[in-house]
Each structure stands twice: as structure tokens, then as C-alpha cells.
Ligand binder design. Structure first.
Ligand SMILES: [Zn+2]
Length: 308
């Protein structure tokens, strides 16, 4: 459902309805999230007329009839078809949807992630499954829409309950932290830098930053000579901070922040930054922020030379 919509279910009798409503009122008191009863409806199935009247008298919520439409699609007790779901593909819901619909929506998500819109196409630098991993695993914790798609991996003769359990395994693994934590997670998490600079750092960490040595393999450029120093091939290792230009910038930042240290290669600098990020002091936080913003600024400078 969308963020401020809520569906609640209970047995069709006055006691169950009242108890559910009381619990929700407690939740409202604790969270200050109250339901607008003028916009709420009650749907009753298989409830005798006399019991319906009792429920109505106790809850005072107007009764409505099935089927009703939510975000343009009919809410029904039967499995929805692709045609029925089509109107909501662009509205990004979480529903038990057919796999074809899920695939289509995921396609839009992926395109938006890498291009900023849903009309153009671009090669994804990191797989969608990786993006859905938790932040501590060095990813974006994007909620995968439908863990049920994992059921494809289950044996066909497995019971419905076991298939559901297997289908929830990625969710359970994510919640229980059964993933490999990356050592640089503190550099990314709780860092107050701009989202774009954090994203570039993240690509660097996953070795997915599209440097010229990568672009030449994709036949996008014809030369991989470093645009900043012209003395070597532009690879990830060279760019941060094997390149004399980027190394000088990093050295100037270290001097500016009064750290007595000679700028070294990226791996060495990253290890030091990770150690600093664990200390949590203001000076260390400032250093980590400068580190991330420095990478981003160097990358912007390089892009300016490449494209302009
Ligand atoms: Zn260079």
C-alpha cells in the first residue's frame, strides 16, 4: 500500500472488530497517526445481516461493497491479471502482483536509478539484486518488490508452506544480517555529504566507476589516456590517487585539515579513512566528508573534460 493507506482485517463479528479498532486507537495515541474515519470504509464478507448491524453499531464506520478500486485497479479475492494491473504499473505499489508486472516495474526502477527517467536506456553498473542488499553490506537497502519470485528456485513438489518459507529467505537473511558486511560501511552510513558524491564513492568501492579503461572495452571511447594528467591509462586505481592531479588535490585537502600525512594510493588512504570513521569525532567526521566530496569533485572535473 502507499505510505498513508492502511488495510486491516479481522473476523466478521462485533468483538473482533471492536478489539481491532481499540488496538488501532492505541497505536494512534502512541504514534499520532490517526485514521480519517470520513474516508474509511468497512467491507463485510459472509457476515449475517444481524451481525452486520451489531458491527456497524459498535464501530460507526460506513459499509461499502466489493469490488472497490485502489489506485485504479480492482481489489478482488482472485488473482489479478496483467491487464488489470497495467494502470498501476507507473504508480509503483507493493502488491502480490504477477511476475510480468513485477519485471516491468523493476525495469522502470532500474532505468530511473541509472538515467534519472524511465524513457532512455543505459547499462546498469551494478545489478539490481546487489542494490537491494542492506547498507551494512555496502548497498542501498532497496526493498525488492516480490520475494515470491524466488519461489522459482524451489522444487516443484514442495508444499505451499515450504515454498513460502523459501521465498522469504532473502528477506530473513536481510533482516537477520546474514550478509557480508563491508569494512567501509561507516564511510557511507551516516555521512552528511551530498547524495551524488556518496553515490560516486559507492561506485568506486564496488569498482564500477566507468573509467576510460572500462568505456574502451564497451567501445564507447577510442582512447583510455587519463584526461587529467595524460601520463597513464585511466583506470580506477590510477584515477584515485595514482594520478598526479587527483593526488595533489587530496594532499591539499589533508594540509588544509592539518593532517600531517603524505597522500598515498587509494587503498592506503581508504584504510586510514575507515579507521578514522570508526573514531566518530568531529574532526574525523569532517575528514571523511572531505574525502568523499574530493572524489566527487575530481570525478566532476574529469567528466567536464570528457564531455565538454
Ligand atoms: Zn591521471
Amino acid at each position: 500500500m502507499l505510505a498513508d493507506d492502511l488495510l486491516m482485517f479481522c473476523r466478521g463479528d462485533p468483538i473482533s472488530g471492536t478489539m481491532l479498532f481499540q488496538k488501532f486507537q492505541k497505536f494512534s495515541q502512541a504514534s499520532s497517526l490517526e485514521a480519517n474515519l470520513d474516508k474509511s470504509n468497512m467491507y463485510l464478507c459472509g457476515v449475517p445481516g444481524l451481525v452486520q448491524t451489531q458491527i456497524l453499531d459498535s464501530l460507526h464506520i460506513p459499509v461499502s461493497d466489493f469490488p472497490f478500486r485502489y489506485q485504479g485497479i480492482p481489489l478482488s479475492t482472485k488473482k489479478l491479471s496483467y491487464i488489470q494491473c497495467k494502470p498501476m504499473i507507473e504508480k509503483c505499489q507493493i502488491f502480490m502482483l504477477p511476475k510480468k508486472v513485477i519485471k516491468k516495474i523493476k525495469g522502470y526502477y532500474r532505468l530511473f536509478m541509472w538515467t534519472g527517467d524511465t524513457s532512455s536506456s543505459k547499462k546498469a553498473l551494478v545489478s539490481w539484486a546487489t542494490l537491494c542488499l542492506p547498507r551494512t553490506a555496502g548497498c542501498w537497502n532497496i526493498r525488492d518488490m516480490y520475494y515470491g519470485t524466488k519461489l522459482l528456485c524451489c522444487p516443484a513438489n514442495m508444499s505451499w508452506a515450504m515454498k513460502k518459507i523459501f521465498g522469504c529467505m532473502p528477506l530473513v537473511e536481510g533482516l537477520c544480517g546474514l550478509h557480508t558486511k563491508v569494512p567501509w560501511r561507516r564511510v557511507v552510513c551516516n555521512n552528511a555529504v551530498t547524495p551524488k558524491s556518496l553515490f560516486i564513492l559507492w561506485l568506486v568501492m564496488w569498482k564500477r566507476i566507468p573509467t576510460l579503461d572500462m568505456l574502451i572495452k564497451w567501445n564507447i571511447v577510442s582512447s583510455d589516456s587519463c584526461l587529467l594528467c595524460s601520463s597513464d591509462s585511466e583506470s580506477g586505481e590510477h584515477f584515485f590517487f595514482g594520478c598526479g592531479f587527483s593526488s595533489q588535490i587530496w594532499q591539499k585537502i589533508l594540509d588544509l585539515l592539518h593532517f600531517r600525512r603524505l597522500a598515498s594510493y587509494f587503498t592506503t588512504e581508504l584504510e586510514w579513512i575507515i579507521t578514522c570513521s570508526k573514531k566518530g569525532g568531529d574532526r574525523q567526521k569532517q575528514l571523511v566528508m572531505f574525502f568523499v566530496e574530493a572524489l566527487y569533485s575530481i570525478w566532476l572535473n574529469r567528466n567536464d573534460k570528457l564531455y565538454n
